[in-house]
Design a protein around this ligand. Structure first.
Ligand code: FUC
Length: 788
């Protein structure tokens, strides 16, 4: 770390030394995004968040904008999307699909959509504006985001004074706080305002040193193609409150803005809330909630708020430490490094990207809140891309892959809470649309917990609950958390199994798998195929369905045995499992995307749904199913290395599971060079956060893979990362893993487990069966032998 930057970074050593590997500390610089200019656009601003409040800091020295979100501020209102006319059309829909009359089926599917057939968009909240008076041309400008402290800072010199501005969004104190300081007294002259892009928001004075902004979501007609529905009634109420205090000088209210004059230092506290209580109740008192957290926070000094915020963040963030070897290095601004990624490899940038993913998940998903949506919690637009909702045919699930290996289990809580809600609305949709037990989820949901098909024929994909059921089982496999299994995972899995058993149908005579159990309607997100020269989306038994259902039935059988419950349903699950058609290998040696070897409409389509079983599923692996793994590899080759940000992220993980670290790394370079914005947000394009989370999870997958009994160390280590170390990665079976490697080879590792157990450890063809006792660290040498 260069001494010149030391004063920006009060953290000192970011990472505590690990007992297993000696000092693997990284300088705090390696965990900082920094820039030499303010953000000119939103995708250059720096994100902060506490899972509920999100902030994007632009950092202009004279005029600063802090764009703010609240995770429960959405369009629309309490709403039930079920379509009572869907079920009576189901038999006909199935018959048309089996008969190959897919165009007619897709027209009919239009009559079976949710009401309405478009979901509601996530909304921007408000903007805190700072105007510095008497600040002329700024020099020595620097804007930064410390991932280790979750503090955004701006420093610059003006007229011989060095100014510093920092911003935090605190989880423990539920406020955003801005602190303005300078190296000389009496220099803070600043005007502070609050406004909102919401049409009827009203800003008013709050006491003698504050502002409040209140309003209610107004009815709106949204254009077709915005992937956002329209609504006719006013919706959620919202309220923001600001309080300003200054050391020295004066604070007054003038023309709707707060004026600070000649102060030594300033603290601005912001809090905000909506009237959201649950997807069924929006009768909360937003203003009372906003004022309550503002007043509680105002009792603490900024130093105390800051210290509590950093301690809270670091308790989670510091669980994992990653070093992938030297890169271009932190001596260059982050945007320069991202631009340079097109031409040169920067392993330290990959490590920063991994930690940025972890940072973003902590900032956008905390217990009691909403799960991270397509943009986490950051959105400045009334009509954000795809409504900034939760897309559940890959994107929402991808958001949480990193939570497992990255040791961020509390961030999963909002996802499990969402599932609890969706089990309620999804049971209604299962009953009304399919005449089925259990619960169903189609390809999107919103704050109102839609579970019906929406958007178009491709929305007729009833597999969302099945995927989430698998993801919950996987969390159990990582955590071995018996209570989670019993209370949360198992009921969700059971409901998904019931839905599956009630909706699988026998493939009729004349189809290739007549007599087998298949899904219908079915869709392979989000590719289409040619059937007799016609473009078609809907189908029966898409490969992804068979993979999702096969694994869910298997894990349900295991879970129900373990919990000694539902013996009958278990038998039915076993019987159904054995009647599913097998996965097929197609004429090009590829894993078939559909039950028949149809030509794809887009051979290089961004989705790789049929590779689900390779990752994040477990049904395909080079070791256990070499034939299918080879076919999956061929599929990846045929699909190519392009795609949206999230598509690349998924493919990195898939190449890692194929144990091809160099190909995974090649694609990671593509992610950094072509799908990463200056503020390190993933771009679809446009900005979509799933790629951040997915690619970070994929980096972990390159370094560590696991199933219930086997853990593979450095299974897909690319030659570009010959040396490195990692501390605190999580593996299935309650394992925590530290590793250090050099010259491309493991030097040593340390494993610990939350429960006493046996584990098979693998590395480069070596394999060792080892016993772990609770709370003890097992150190291994390069040969996987216990080390002294
Ligand atoms: C799915 C993807 C798109 C995008 C959207 C939010 O429809 O196919 O690429 O990610 O979700």
């Amino acid at each position: 770390m260069k001494a010149t930057r030391r004063h920006f970074l009060q953290a000192g050593m970011a990472i505590a030394a690990t007992p297993a590997l000696g000092d693997v500390g990284q300088a705090a610089d390696a965990l900082t995004l920094w820039y030499r200019q303010p953000a000119a656009q939103w995708t250059e601003a720096l994100p902060l968040g506490n899972g509920r409040l999100g902030a994007m800091v632009f950092g202009g020295p004279v005029e600063d904008r802090i764009q703010i979100n609240e995770a429960t501020l959405w369009g629309g209102g309490v709403h039930d999307y079920v379509n009572p006319q869907a079920h009576e059309r189901l038999a006909r829909l199935r018959a048309l699909i089996f008969a190959g009359r897919v165009a007619e089926a897709e027209t009919l599917s239009g009559e079976m959509m949710g009401l309405p057939a478009l979901l509601m968009p996530y909304q921007p909240f408000c903007d805190l504006r700072l105007t510095m008076e008497g600040v002329a041309a700024a020099t020595n400008y620097r804007r930064s985001l410390s991932l280790d402290e979750a503090v955004a800072a701006v420093t610059f010199d003006s007229n011989g004074t060095q100014f510093r501005r920092e911003v935090i969004v605190s989880h423990p104190d539920q406020v955003l706080a801005v602190r303005l300081t300078a190296d000389r007294g009496g220099k803070q002259n600043v005007s502070i305002g609050l406004d909102s892009p919401q049409p009827n928001a009203v800003a008013e004075a709050l006491g003698s040193n504050g502002l409040r902004l209140t309003g209610q979501i107004q009815p709106r007609d949204n254009p077709a193609g915005s992937w956002s529905g329209s609504w006719k009634q006013a919706g959620l109420r919202y309220a923001a409150a600001v309080q300003v205090s200054a050391d020295g000088g004066s604070v007054t209210l003038e023309n709707g803005a707060i004026k600070v004059r000649d102060a030594d230092a300033v603290v601005i506290l912001f809090s905000g809330a909506t009237s959201f209580r649950s997807y069924k109740d929006i009768g909360g008192d937003a203003l009372r909630l906003a004022l309550a957290s503002l007043n509680r926070a105002a009792e603490k000094s900024y130093e105390v708020l800051r210290a509590r915020h950093i301690a809270d963040h670091q308790e989670i963030f510091r669980r994992v430490d990653l070093n992938l070897g030297p890169g271009t290095g932190a001596s260059y601004p982050t945007d320069v490094r991202i631009a340079a990624a097109k031409t040169s490899d920067d392993p330290a940038l990959a490590a920063l990207y991994f930690q940025f993913g972890r940072y973003l998940l902590i900032a956008s998903s905390r217990p009691g809140g909403q799960p991270a949506n397509l943009q986490g919690i950051w959105n400045e637009r009334l009509l954000p891309p795809w409504g900034s909702k939760w897309t559940t045919n890959i994107n929402l699930q991808m958001n949480y892959w990193l939570a497992e290996s990255g040791g961020l289990w509390e961030t999963l809580q909002p996802l499990w809470d969402l599932v609890s809600d969706l089990r309620e609305t999804g049971a209604e949709t299962a009953r009304v649309h399919y005449g089925a037990r259990g619960w169903v989820l189609h390809h999107n949901t919103d704050l109102w917990r839609a579970t019906t098909p929406v958007d178009g024929a491709w929305g007729h994909w009833p597999m969302g609950a099945v995927w989430l059921g698998n993801q919950m089982w996987d969390h159990y496999r990582f955590s071995l958390d018996e209570r989670f299994l019993r209370d949360r995972a198992y009921p969700a899995m059971r409901g998904a199994v019931e839905f599956v058993l009630d909706t699988l149908v026998e493939a009729p005579a004349g189809t290739p798998f007549a007599g087998k159990l298949v899904t219908n309607p079915s869709f392979s997100p989000e590719n289409s195929y040619f059937l007799n020269g016609q473009k078609a989306s809907l189908t029966y038994a898409a490969s992804m369905d068979l993979e999702l259902i096969g694994e869910l039935l298997d894990s349900f059988v295991q879970a129900s045995r373990k919990l000694e419950s539902d013996a009958q349903l278990r038998d039915a699950a076993l019987t159904a499992k054995n009647r599913l058609p097998p996965l097929q290998i197609g004429s090009r040696g590829q894993l078939q995307e559909w039950i028949e070897d149809y030509p794809e409409v887009e051979p290089e389509h961004r989705h790789v749904s049929h590779l689900w079983a390779l990752y994040p599923g477990h049904g395909i692996s080079p070791e256990r199913t070499p034939g299918l793994a080879a076919a999956a590899r061929r599929t990846l080759e045929l699909r190519g290395d392009g795609g949206t940000g999230w598509a690349k992220a998924w493919k990195i993980a898939l190449w890692a599971r194929l144990l091809d670290g160099d190909h995974a790394h090649l694609m990671l370079r593509g992610q950094l060079a072509d799908s990463t914005l200056p503020n390190m947000f993933d771009t679809h394009p446009p900005f979509q956060i799933d790629g951040n989370f997915g690619a970070a999870a994929a980096i972990a997958e390159m370094l560590l893979q696991s199933d219930d009994d086997v853990v593979s160390l450095l299974p897909a280590l690319p030659s570009a990362w010959p040396q490195g170390r990692v501390r605190g990665l999580r593996a299935r079976g309650g394992l925590k893993v530290d590793m250090e490697w050099a010259h491309g080879k493991l030097v040593h590792a340390a494993l610990s487990s939350d429960v006493a157990r046996k584990v098979i450890v693998r590395n480069r063809g070596r394999s060792a069966e080892l016993s772990l006792s609770t709370g003890k660290i097992l150190r291994l040498d390069a040969n996987l032998s216990p080390a002294a």
